[in-house]
Design a protein around this ligand. Structure first.
Ligand SMILES: Nc1nc2c(ncn2[C@@H]2O[C@H](COP(=O)(O)OP(=O)(O)OP(=O)(O)O)[C@@H](O)[C@H]2O)c(=O)[nH]1
Ligand SMILES: [Mg+2]
Length: 308
């Protein structure tokens, strides 16, 4: 049986191997993705983001339990744009999730040094999990800044987690976090200042343009399993609103455009570089650019023209 078919049939080991390929050898995964793609795109992808240590993994773990109890098939992806390899914290997460047995599939994705690698690997990892049958995928991102915003672009619903006393998070808000949040969670609300943080957040959110979906600000104590059902309810409400939104199909097309553009860029680079190497002038062009005899843009233009 092909690997794609095995995944569609629910073979965990095939899924695990395909995820490794997607992460480390993208081209080798092309055929698998082609095979499973018609069976993807359903369910809900929930992004969970926020500054280090705010309790994202704890929340994801509890949300996974909550959705399992509601009969959903749950998959978890922990994406780390800041790390070239899977860090200790994520491994810790994996151990924690093992308590849930084989019901929840958990996987960490790291950037492995590829520039933009995660932007390509994340949607494919989501597709593999959906093909495997998962209909609720929780996507945790660690780190802050543009890469995090990019990864959250693949989520249907984005949860921004903060802790009492916004402090450092104001920095993150500047990076566009406020705009991407569909649900805000003030976690560790057992700590002082939670009410004030919730008020501040609501104020910031009301300063923005009026939207059909007004992002709720919810209190939680993930570690104590408090406030989790309300967050799950908000996710399902947001999903309903999203699906009834007339712009939904336009958003799907936008997402498709992003995927096709990425694949196209990849294929073009591949073809032009292969051609130049075959003709034997690749190293020459690189040397010319390194020695400032040629600028990168003109180098690319010349290589491209040659490959036409
Ligand atoms: N007091 C309190 N601590 C919590 C709560 N939720 C989580 N924590 C603790 O906060 C610490 C960090 O939790 P994680 O879930 O690992 O946080 P994270 O955001 O995933 O961290 P990174 O992935 O490293 O960015 C852990 O020690 C948790 O037990 C809570 O509601 N209250
Ligand atoms: Mg974490």
């Amino acid at each position: 049986m092909s690997m794609g078919k095995s995944i569609l049939a629910g073979d965990r080991r095939a899924l695990a191997r395909a995820l490794t390929l997607v992460e480390s050898e993208p081209r080798a995964a092309d055929e698998i993705i082609a095979e499973v793609y018609p069976h993807t795109g359903h369910g809900i992808v929930v992004g969970v983001t926020g500054a280090p240590g705010v309790g994202k993994s704890t929340l994801v773990d509890k949300l996974a339990g909550q959705f399992l109890a509601r009969g959903r098939k749950v998959g978890i992806l922990a994406v780390d744009p800041s790390s070239p390899f899977t860090g200790g914290a994520l491994l810790g997460d994996r151990v924690r999730m093992e308590g849930r047995g084989s019901e929840v599939f958990m996987r960490s994705l790291a950037s492995r040094g590829h520039l933009g690698g995660l932007a390509r690997a994340t949607p494919r990892a989501i597709q593999l999990l959906q093909a495997f049958g998962k209909d609720l995928i929780l996507l945790e991102t660690v780190g802050a800044g543009q890469s995090e915003v990019d990864v959250m672009g693949f989520a249907d619903t984005t949860i921004v987690v903060v802790v009492p006393g916004l402090g450092d998070d104001v920095q993150a808000f500047k990076a566009g976090i406020l705009e991407i949040g569909d649900i805000f969670v003030v976690n560790k609300s057992d700590r002082p200042g939670a009410d004030q943080t919730m008020r501040e957040l609501r104020q910031m959110l009301h300063m923005g343009p009026a939207r059909t979906w007004q992002p709720p600000v919810l209190a939680a104590q993930a570690q104590q399993d408090i406030g989790i059902a309300e967050i799950a309810d908000a996710i399902l409400r947001h999903s309903e609103v999203r699906l009834s939104d007339p712009e939904q199909s336009a958003r799907r097309v936008q997402e498709a455009e992003r995927l096709v553009r990425d694949a196209l860029a990849d294929q073009l680079v591949q073809r032009v570089v292969a051609r130049s190497k075959a003709e034997g002038n690749w190293q020459e062009v690189l040397a010319a650019v390194a020695e400032r005899r040629l600028d990168p843009v003109r180098a690319a233009r010349a290589l491209h023209a040659e490959a036409e």
